[in-house]
Design a protein around this ligand. Structure first.
Ligand code: ATP
Length: 905
């Protein structure tokens, strides 16, 4: 029978009550999977396995929302009043500015959203499936009904599945049922009328495998899945909001209220005490409000954050929750895994040890060519029966596979296991024929908690055999015998312990293999089968070199005042040796998980501060360590990949999941996902985080004095009873051209050279330190003084009000231009090639702005609109001198601060 989607869609809810055979038949599929051609046809016919994106606001609503802003309300009010008073040019300009402002906001917001959408796509899900009996990984979007999906702990279920194989499979279905306790799955059908949470033979899209393994057939994809029915969206990246942005939004609201009160007071003062005409003082109060409200700030902060997120993604760190960008800048401790993050995860077996012999293995990487030598002399491996048995155990107690593509050998699965396949193939053991001779009946998968894996096999005569491989301490504890020249002998624990310790000292990762004969009828394997009575076959020592870039990154972190701690499942001595190569720890001191278990919280408090390496640690230890570090006041980033790492990742200030070897559960719990699993990317992300934080501060320090200067000169003029030195439309002009061009260019500032050589910032400190508040006041006063001085000079020289105002506008803009250069570095001097010319956005913005100022001053249309007149060279000279003085004074202030030993503001 061929598969009919319409009928199937109608029956979706009933698959849990059907037998596996019926479901497979209905979907015209088999347990070995669909044929590739059929899958392709179904994909074309039934579409991608994707949920409809969440409904977003329409373009028109988004545009209209741009007008929902206090400043715009004020401007619209000003528009109505000016129109009412018959000031047509003013009202026209105000309306024009409002519309241009909305268009710019709309475009910028769109860009920020686009950047985030691109990042959302990078977090898409993969599915492990069978097609024509071949195991493969495909993007979950390509799943079709009838596909066979393989599940293991840590996976996120990619579509609705009817399960037909379960091995201790437990699934957490909170996304669907709200119940956070994981559900034990089975393959038996249940009653047709059963609540979703009790349909034990089903696995639903969007839920998480927290334990065990399983297989199921896809019964629904995309919108037809249960999650597709109940919800339109599964958000993966938050909206653009973060504590800092929220803090600034609240600050902005209060500032606006304060400014409106001030404007009202000015209105009252001017009208009652200074006898200004009503329309003039009204316009002055409106100008004051427009000048003082830093309306560009929230938008620019949002853009800065979005640009930071984009830069991090470019450097292999995908931020899932935006507040993480800010927190990253404050990180004081990074707790990292070892394998794959600090090391290359390219495993090669270098030593093999049995009771009788110790051999060295030659060859590099996963290429299965190489020989064996003993005491420097090549040997014939087939003469060593114990070795062959050791290699066989490593080959069969194994979930990985090794393929040759062109000239390269590629492993699928765990690199540690891949190295064991290569080892066996070097000894000419053929994986396929070994698997045929000793087919597998059952498995206990590897979990970091118990640190071993076991498999049950039967030969053709029906004899049962268990193979175990795992961390030497764990395996040794299970063994009573050792294999020597093909026979069992009582185990000599001291001999093995000495070998383990000597090999670990070279930084090698150790694995032990053991076996046990069991009865032919035994078909399943449980932990009790491997607890005792095993025969130790031997040990292998695997090298996994440190990543070069991780060594540099650790140094960088240390220079940046960040402690790096290694928390690994590996052996204590191995961890110390590798740590020493990376610059973590002193090569001697490490604490093991067992020692941690014996410590109370007070002892732990001390130990986490002093020790950098924690070995044989499991995920619960990670959680305790994060908590202890946080209690010590540290801001902690913690890496993880497994299901059980999720609590520690959630607890950490920045949970960092591995994008390649990490499980979906870990990724869900994390704030950040590394696409290359590389420690260096964490250091880069910290650098970007610090840069974003710096850039946000730079923007604030830049924008507020601009508003302060404009408002200040108006207030001063009103108090002195003078004609307004600057009109509302001129203020609008300045604000618009400067925020659009100048301030935005600070968002593009690259990291300052010292960004990774200063300590992390205090996460509780306000974004504006005392020094920055001083800087804002200082610059505002300078701007007021400079522009008012020129205004006063022009007026007293008898120049027209228009000319004096044109001078004021130009001097304010010029001051902003030079101040932009000052702001590129908050403390460092900008007197350098890099400082003056290093940001091309700044140069571009300045060029553009100068052009606009020339039009503003000399073009008759602009003169009409803004009430400006042409300036002569002398006036320009004075403007340039004033702005240069401002520039030099600020650089001098920085110099004084530096001389006083201040390192950061
Ligand atoms: P990290 O936590 O830094 O990534 P790790 O990868 O060494 O360290 P685990 O994967 O928990 O930590 O491994 C711990 C130990 O378990 C290893 O030292 C090794 O002896 C053993 N081991 C690792 N992988 C396997 C496996 N696939 N099968 C059996 N034993 C393994």
């Amino acid at each position: 029978m061929s598969y009919d989607s319409d009928r199937v869609a109608n029956e979706t809810a009933l698959w849990h009550s059907c037998s596996v055979e019926k479901v497979l038949k209905e979907f015209a599929t088999e347990q070995s999977g669909l044929a590739a051609t059929e899958a392709k046809l179904r994909l074309e016919k039934y579409g991608a396995n994707r949920l409809k994106p969440p409904k977003t606001e329409s373009v028109i609503t988004r545009f209209l929302l741009q007008f929902h802003n206090v400043l715009i309300y004020i401007l619209l009010g000003a528009f109505v009043v000016t129109a009412f008073l018959g000031h047509w040019i003013d009202s026209g300009v105000i309306l024009g500015v409002v519309i241009i402002n909305a268009i710019i906001g709309f475009i910028q917001e769109g860009k920020a959203e686009k950047a985030l959408n691109a990042i959302r796509r990078m977090l898409s899900l993969n599915a492990n499936i069978l097609r024509e009996g071949q195991r493969m990984q495909i993007p979950a979007q390509q799943l079709v009904p009838g596909d066979i999906v393989l599940l293991r702990s840590g996976d996120k279920i990619p579509a609705d599945l009817r399960l037909f194989s379960c091995k201790n499979l437990r699934i957490e279905e909170a996304a669907l049922t709200g119940e956070s306790e994981a559900v034990e799955k089975s393959i038996q059908a249940v009653e047709a009328i059963t609540a979703i949470g009790d349909r034990f033979c089903m696995a639903y899209s969007g839920t998480l495998v927290v334990y065990g393994q399983g297989m199921g057939v896809v019964v629904a994809t995309g919108q037809h899945t249960e999650i597709g029915r109940i919800s339109q969206m599964i958000a993966q990246v938050d909206k653009l909001a973060s504590p800092l942005l929220r803090q600034m939004a609240i600050f902005g609201r209060w500032l606006t209220i304060a400014i409106l009160v001030l404007a009202a007071s000015i209105f009252g003062y001017g009208l009652l005490l200074q006898d200004y005409p009503l329309d003039e003082i009204f316009m002055a109060a409106v100008s004051m409000a427009i000048a003082a409200i830093p309306e560009g700030l929230p938008a620019i902060m949002t853009i800065t954050l979005a640009l930071g997120v984009q830069n991090m993604a470019r450097r292999n760190a995908i931020v899932r929750r935006l507040p993480a960008v800010e927190t990253l800048g404050a990180v004081t401790v990074i707790c990292t895994d070892k394998t794959g993050t600090l090391t290359r995860n390219e495993m090669t077996v270098q030593n093999v040890i049995t009771a009788h012999d110790q051999l060295r293995v030659s060859g590099v990487g996963y290429v299965p060519t190489g020989g064996f030598s003993r005491d420097g002399k090549e040997i014939q491996i087939t003469d060593y029966v114990d070795m062959l048995e050791l290699f066989r155990a490593g080959l069969l107690c194994n979930e990985a596979s090794l393929h040759q593509r062109d000239d390269t050998w590629i492993i699928q699965g765990d690199p540690t296991e891949g190295a064991l396949i290569t080892l066996a193939m070097k000894a000419e053991l053929d994986p396929i024929s070994e698997q045929k001779t000793l087919p597998r009946a059952d498995v206990i998968p590897f979990e970091s908690e118990h640190r071993f894996m076991a498999t049950l096999h039967h030969d053709h005569a029906g004899h049962g055999l268990i193979y175990v491989k795992g961390a030497p301490e764990e395996v040794l504890a299970m063994c009573s015998y050792q294999l020597s020249q093909g026979e069992d002998h009582p185990i000599q624990l001291d001999f093995w312990r000495a070998k383990i310790s000597a090999t670990s000292k070279t930084g090698q990762r150790m694995l032990a293999m053991a076996s046990r004969v069991v009865q032919a009828k035994q078909q399943t394997l449980s932990i009790s089968d491997v607890e005792a009575g095993l025969t130790l076959l031997g040990l292998v020592g695997i090298i996994d070199p440190p990543r070069e870039e991780a060594i540099t990154a650790v140094q960088q972190c240390h220079a940046a005042g960040i402690h790096v701690k290694m928390i690994t499942g590996d052996h204590c001595i191995t961890a110390c040796t590798i740590g020493a190569k990376l610059g973590i720890g002193d090569g001697q001191r490490a604490i093991t998980g067992i020692e941690l278990d014996d410590m109370d919280d007070v002892q732990l408090h001390q130990v986490v501060a002093d020790v950098d390496i924690f070995a044989r640690a499991n995920p619960e230890h990670k959680l305790r360590l994060v908590t202890a570090l946080q209690n010590n006041g540290e801001v902690v980033a913690m890496t993880g990949d497994g299901v059980n790492d999720a609590p520690a990742l959630k607890r950490a200030d920045i949970g960092v999941a591995m994008g390649q070897k990490g499980t979906e559960v870990a990724k869900e719990a994390a704030e950040m996902v590394l696409t290359d699993d590389n420690f260096a990317s964490i250091a880069h992300a910290v650098e970007e985080g610090r840069t974003v934080y710096d850039n946000i501060r730079k923007t604030v320090v830049y924008i507020i004095p601009t508003s302060g200067g404009e408002a200040g000169i108006l207030i001063l003029a009103i108090i002195l009873g003078m004609a307004l030195p600057i009109t509302p439309v001129q203020i609008l002009w300045i604000n618009m051209v400067t925020t659009v061009t100048l301030a935005i260019s600070l968002s593009f500032e690259r990291p300052e050279s010292g960004v990774m050589s200063r300590p992390p910032h205090d996460p509780h400190a306000s974004i504006l330190s005392g020094f920055l508040v001083w800087r804002i006041v200082f610059v505002s006063l300078l701007m007021i003084a400079g522009s008012f001085a020129l205004y006063f000079w022009e007026i007293t020289q008898g120049s027209s009000v228009e000319l004096s105002r044109t001078v004021v506008v130009n001097v304010l803009v010029m001051c902003e231009i030079v101040y932009l250069f000052n702001c590129r570095y908050l403390l460092a001097s900008v007197f350098s090639r890099q400082g003056l010319f290093g940001n091309r956005y700044v140069l571009l913005a300045v060029g553009l702005l100068l052009l606009m100022q020339l039009l503003f001053t000399y073009w008759s249309v602009m003169q009409q609109l803004f009430g400006t007149t042409a300036l002569d060279a002398e006036a320009w000279g004075r403007i340039i001198v004033i702005s240069l003085i401002l520039f030099l004074l600020i650089e001098f202030e920085k110099f004084v601060l530096r001389r006083r030993g201040i390192q950061s503001l």
